[in-house]
Design a protein around this ligand. Structure first.
Ligand SMILES: [Zn+2]
Length: 638
């Protein structure tokens, strides 16, 4: 192709991708592909010595689209020049000292304090003009609204939602970054308040202090009560080793990052450097070099979910990446499938996004796209393609789709829900097909089919009896597990717990709750509240039938002695039957148990105090005490 034409094409494509990503939180192309095309454009511009006026390599950003108040930044916020090459970082440093921090993957915000109070918070926007989100910022979990510093102070920070806080919303949102951006840019601060947004400060822009170094300025923010991005001071000799250390830690991190930032620690020197038209010269971003492997696409599997959404999943020959073997990756939606022109037998390259989630980077042979299924792969019902903003999604529109049914039954019996062992997806599928199961309560009536079940392949008297025993165990469970089991949109385990607590563990109160009553609960938003009310109206009889079969364990709080304490549990237990039992004990005393260690963790419980597990390491790093069960009981059971 004509090189100039290719250049125009790239400019156009990258601009569209930018716009979708920054304004609508949609990824038209993967980050990997974006970077590749961007590099291609830069090289073409160098080669031809031509730069088109609307080239993304020249622009700070796109226009801002939303109804929040626009605010111009006093100091434009340039994006950073970036590299994947460690040698470039060494050259950048020369003989100077540098400050290395995570590049958090959230939404950058400029905060202004006057007379010790937060008076304004503005998003980065396009770098020149941002949006006023002051009211929303006041609801951030960890942001000081008042500080012990009366002079004017302007700082920059990244609004983020941690992976562990994101968990309960992960059914409905794609990743923490998109979710955070949407949460911060809400028109109603009440919604933001329920989303657990945190702010991690990373720079002082204006103050009355004279800092010699950047690290000093960050320590200053730390003393004022801000959560501050952690940093390492490096020179060119240790930067590589430091990055290697960080790259193993990043896999354990509770915050999404998209690389590192290296800045000169000397602020005076930084100031003298100025900026190019696009990049400041005192900092450079380092992006993880994605480990990429080529493999062969074997098939696209279509997976119908409880909502009827049918997602393409790429199945490929096993490859080793970042130390684990992978063989499938979500293709996310039809648009991506078509853009990649995926066909069976294609050679594709795969990588792990932010070193965690397997993704297809590119398709090297492009023989597709493979045909879309004309009917739902599970129920054979009609499918439709729905255009949602700029992306196409495939849906099964059969209201009686058994995938929806199978998935909802599988969810119902899953471990954190009714916890019925032995009812595997395969067994459920069989029972659904045979008509033994129509609605949830039928699970408790399977004895009707005793003879038929025993006669089935793979089932004998003994396994039948095990199954019935396990089902009977589920007749007595905590209410929150029951609420979670119903599979209401966005009601995860932690939300279910909040709801049960709020309504005094009373199922009738929960069934009759109004949207207004539900929204009052800290942690329940409007979408969830609506989904709940709709569910209880629509499926009244299903619940009534279940209540004939199931009784709820009293799950009343026993004491307050662990209130405000957060625990993480790992390793084998000996005193408590299992982690769940210990978790229940802690919660009954008012405490909280989370899956991952963060600054907010008070104690790690692990009987092997000296283990070198990642959780132990992280706890030590954050100076979080590690307790054995015995120590825990000694400290808290008196
Ligand atoms: Zn279907």
């Amino acid at each position: 192709m004509d090189k100039l034409k290719r250049m125009a094409e790239l400019v156009d494509l990258l601009e569209k991708a930018n716009y979708s990503y920054e304004q609508k939180n949609e990824e038209l192309i993967s980050n990997f592909e974006y970077d590749k095309l961007y590099d291609e454009l830069v090289n073409l511009e160098k080669e031809l010595n031509i730069i088109l006026s609307n080239s993304v390599t020249q622009k700070v950003g796109e226009q801002v689209a939303s109804s929040l108040q626009k605010v111009a930044h006093n100091l434009p916020m340039l994006s950073l020049n970036k590299t994947k090459n460690i040698d470039e970082l060494k050259n950048f440093l020369g003989d100077k000292m540098g400050l290395l921090t995570y590049k958090l993957d959230g939404l950058t915000i400029v905060l202004t304090y006057k007379n010790s109070e937060l008076v304004q918070a503005v998003t980065r926007g396009n770098g020149q003009i941002g949006e006023d989100v002051t009211l929303n910022a006041r609801t951030f979990k960890n942001l000081p609204i008042k500080i012990d510093y009366a002079k004017d102070l302007v700082i920059r920070g990244e609004a983020i939602i941690t992976y562990s806080d994101f968990e309960k919303f992960s059914d409905a949102y794609k990743n923490p970054r998109n979710f955070c951006s949407g949460s911060v840019r809400q028109l109603d601060p009440k919604v933001t308040a329920k989303r657990d947004v945190r702010l991690i400060a990373f720079a002082v822009v204006e103050s009355d202090e004279t800092f010699i170094t950047r690290s000093e300025s960050l320590d200053f923010l730390d003393k004022l009560g801000f959560s501050v991005v952690s940093y390492k001071i490096v020179d060119k000799d240790i930067v590589e080793e430091t990055i290697q250390q960080i790259s193993t830690q990043v896999k354990e991190s509770d915050c999404a990052t998209d690389g590192l930032v290296l800045s000169f620690n000397d602020l005076q020197y930084s100031k003298t450097l100025g900026a190019t038209s696009k990049f400041p010269k005192d900092s450079i971003a380092f992006k993880w070099k994605d480990e990429v492997a080529n493999t062969t696409l074997l098939d696209i599997k279509w997976n119908t979910s409880r909502t009827g959404l049918i997602n393409p999943i790429a199945i490929f020959e096993k490859v080793e990446l970042e130390g684990t073997t992978i063989e499938k990756a979500s293709v996310h939606n039809i648009s991506i499938l078509e853009n990649l022109q995926l066909g069976k037998g294609d050679t594709i390259s795969v990588y792990k996004a932010n070193m965690i989630i397997p993704q297809i980077a590119e398709n090297l042979t492009r023989t597709g796209p493979i045909n879309l299924p004309r009917t739902c792969p599970v129920c054979d019902g009609d499918v439709v393609i729905r255009q949602e903003n700029n992306t196409k999604h495939l849906y099964c529109i059969n209201p009686n789709c058994s995938a929806k049914k199978l998935e909802s039954f599988a969810h119902f019996v899953s471990r954190n829900a009714m916890n019925i062992e032995d009812l595997s997806k395969k067994t459920l599928e069989k029972f659904l097909a045979l008509g033994y199961l129509e609605e949830f309560s039928d699970i408790f009536k399977l004895e009707k089919y005793k003879n038929q079940i025993i006669a089935q392949e793979g089932f004998g008297e003994r396994s039948y009896q095990n199954l019935i025993d396990n089902i009977n165990k589920a007749r007595n469970i905590p209410l929150y597990q029951f609420i979670y089991a119903l599979g209401i949109l966005q009601v995860g385990v932690s939300t279910a717990k909040l709801i049960c607590k709020h309504f005094d563990e009373d199922i009738q109160k929960i069934c009759n709750a109004s949207i207004e009553e539900l929204i009052e609960i800290d942690g329940v938003g409007e979408v969830t509240a609506k989904a709940m009310v709709e569910f209880f109206n629509k499926y009244k009889s299903i619940i009534e039938n279940l209540l004939v079969e199931v009784k709820f364990q009293s799950y009343k709080k026993v004491s307050d002695k662990l209130t405000k304490l957060t625990f993480v549990i790992t390793g084998e237990l000996s005193h408590f039957a299992n982690r769940k039992a210990l978790q229940q004990y802690i919660e009954q005393q008012g405490g909280k148990v989370t899956a991952t260690i963060s600054k907010n963790t008070n104690y790690l419980i692990n009987n092997d105090i000296n283990s070198t597990s990642s959780k132990n390491k992280k706890a030590k790093q954050l100076e979080i005490p590690i307790l054995t069960e015995e120590m825990f009981l000694e400290m808290f059971s008196g």
